[in-house]
Design a protein. Structure first.
Length: 558
């Protein structure tokens, strides 16, 4: 499996050096540690590809570990979805599925050790007071009045916290480091807080829960992780992780930070994505406009395309913004090679072929994979007197270089016949409702009988055999490349991010399409059968991506 780890980067260089020096006994053991408080998004997919890909390249192992330390925000629904999404991407952790909650007892015992060693204390300050005492980047913090409690008193209070004697927020356990340290995270960070909440896995067994900074590094240590690969926002936390491991005298993994993924026209914050879902700006976590793996999957993105995208963007140390068009290029390239072709008329305009026999039906055999000359698969499409074409394929007063239908002009119906527009039918509001055309019987299969050239070729669907479908066309969820620009991401939501076409007409072979099936509608784009709303006899197709490749075009200009 190809991932971005196969390309030389600074993380590989670090691992290569560790292997050369036998730092971890020749082992490479990574992990992907999601918090189960939301659905995974495309940024997580990059991290998944990196962690699993590196271990695979070096013959190592990868753990899946849920950092489930906050029962207020975590749900089994998220755990199940994350497991499914990672499997869908094509990765396997074998028997190495772990939870931070597996280590709650050990973490508690280690906290007791810090208290006995004078490295932790129970603090009665409120959360607001703790923030005030911590100071700022330019002003040192000051000690809590409870900082000098004896080890015996701290042990007693901590045990009573664990026993549930105190209400939420009344006490915390803090590390005792240095309130004047220039490293803000060294200013007596909170290790435990009181939460009388039911945990998805441990139920009501615990009413104190470790903070992420306390559980994260120790969990890596317990699992024997060699290279703890994190996104860049954890760089400032690394000194704290290392200090805690040193105080405990336990095995210490090597943490390496890389730049997280930022995409144009996209927000990646779980908090902001949750706001979009909770306030109804999108239909759910799997809305095809969302950057979640669920949403992209429903829209028609493939695991291969996601991994290809991870390959393309690579691994960097500095934050940057990637064009959304690059992601679209990756899926377009994948589907161009694999998606079967079909004809779909999104905005139908009826044509009556006046000189074609009324009851006659012909069948034309057309290639299903014309992009792959080695694939000879074909499908049969019926042709009859009445057909549909795209409204945009007709112009009454057309310019000279308009190579589609216009009064007196001849075009090729893909794989069928040459037709010429002879008359235009309009309604009382002067809207075009129907075209009258004639066909050349000698041009069967779309071949010229006498060598004459026809510049235009358009797709079509037999009206008598057409499958009516709902089509959903997606655009950017936000109007600005940076959704936070100006008034913020809610103010920059695109009111035209979804267009629904209710009466599209598709060729009859698509009647049997199943949820998740993907096609290229010729001249229209790539489409996938919706996995939620599509029903037998009432198909719904989502446009995955258009045919227009703006990113590749941009690269050609550079």
């Amino acid at each position: 499996m190809t991932t971005d780890s196969t390309t030389s980067n600074f993380i590989r260089s670090i691992i290569d050096e560790d292997l050369k020096n036998n730092t971890y006994g020749g082992r490479v053991h990574t992990r992907f540690p999601p918090e189960p408080n939301g659905y995974l998004h495309i940024g997580h997919a990059k991290s998944i590809c990196l962690n699993f890909g590196l271990a695979e390249d070096y013959g190592g192992k990868t753990n899946l570990r849920f950092d489930d330390t906050n029962p207020v925000k975590e749900e089994q629904e998220y755990i199940d979805a994350i497991i499914e999404d990672i499997r869908w991407l094509g990765f396997d952790w074998e028997d190495r599925l772990f939870y931070a909650s597996d280590y709650f007892e050990q973490l508690y015992e280690w906290a007791v050790k810090l208290i006995k060693d004078g490295k932790a204390y129970v603090d009665d300050l409120s959360a607001e007071e703790i923030r005030e005492y911590r100071g700022t980047l330019t002003r040192p913090g000051k000690n809590s009045p409870y900082r000098d409690r004896s080890a015996a008193e701290n042990l007693d209070l901590f045990a009573r916290m664990k026993a549930g004697e105190f209400p939420d927020g009344s006490r915390v356990l803090r590390a005792k480091i240095d309130m004047s340290s220039p490293i803000i995270n060294f200013r007596d960070p909170v290790l435990y807080r009181i939460l009388h909440e039911t945990h998805p896995r441990t139920g009501n067994e615990w009413c104190i829960y470790p903070m992420y900074d306390w559980a994260h590094g120790q969990s890596d240590s317990i699992e024997g992780i060699t290279h703890s690969i994190c996104t860049l926002e954890f760089e400032n936390h690394r000194p704290l992780y290392e200090w805690l491991l040193e105080q405990l005298g336990v095995y210490k993994p090597k943490q390496i930070e890389f730049a997280r993924l930022n995409l144009t026209y996209t927000v990646m914050s779980k908090r902001k994505l949750l706001k979009l879902v909770k306030e109804g700006y999108v239909s759910g976590w799997d809305d095809p406009r969302m950057p979640t793996i669920r949403g992209l999957r429903r829209r028609g993105y493939t695991p291969a395309a996601m991994r290809k995208f991870a390959d393309m963007i690579g691994v960097a140390k500095a934050n940057s913004v990637v064009d959304l068009e690059m992601l679209e290029y990756a899926i377009r390239e994948d589907l161009n090679a694999s998606a079967p072709r079909a004809m779909g008329v999104l905005r139908p305009l009826k044509i009556t072929v006046s000189n074609y026999p009324e009851e006659m039906v012909e069948e034309f055999e057309v290639p299903t994979h014309p992009q792959d000359k080695s694939n000879t698969e074909t499908r049969v499409v019926p042709f009859s007197r009445e057909i549909y074409v795209e409204q945009s394929d007709f112009m009454e007063d057309a310019p000279r270089k308009f190579f589609r239908l216009s009064p007196g002009r001849e075009v090729r119906l893909l794989g069928a016949y040459y037709v010429t527009c002879t008359d235009v039918v309009k309604d009382e509001d002067d809207n075009v409702t129907e075209l009258i055309c004639t066909y050349d019987p000698e041009s069967r299969g779309g071949q010229s009988p006498d060598g004459r050239k026809v510049r235009g070729t358009i797709h079509w669907v037999s009206a008598r055999h057409a499958v009516q479908a709902e089509i959903r066309l997606y655009n950017h969820l936000f109007t600005k490349k940076n959704p936070e620009e100006g008034g913020g991401f809610i103010q920059n939501l695109n009111p035209n991010s979804l267009e629904i076409i209710e009466n599209a007409m598709l060729e009859p072979s698509l009647a049997e399409a199943k949820p998740g099936d993907q096609f290229q509608f010729m001249r229209q784009g790539y489409f996938a059968v919706d996995s939620v709303d599509s029903k037998p006899g009432k198909p719904v197709f989502n446009r995955t991506v258009s045919l227009r490749d703006s990113w590749k075009k941009q690269q050609g200009k550079k």
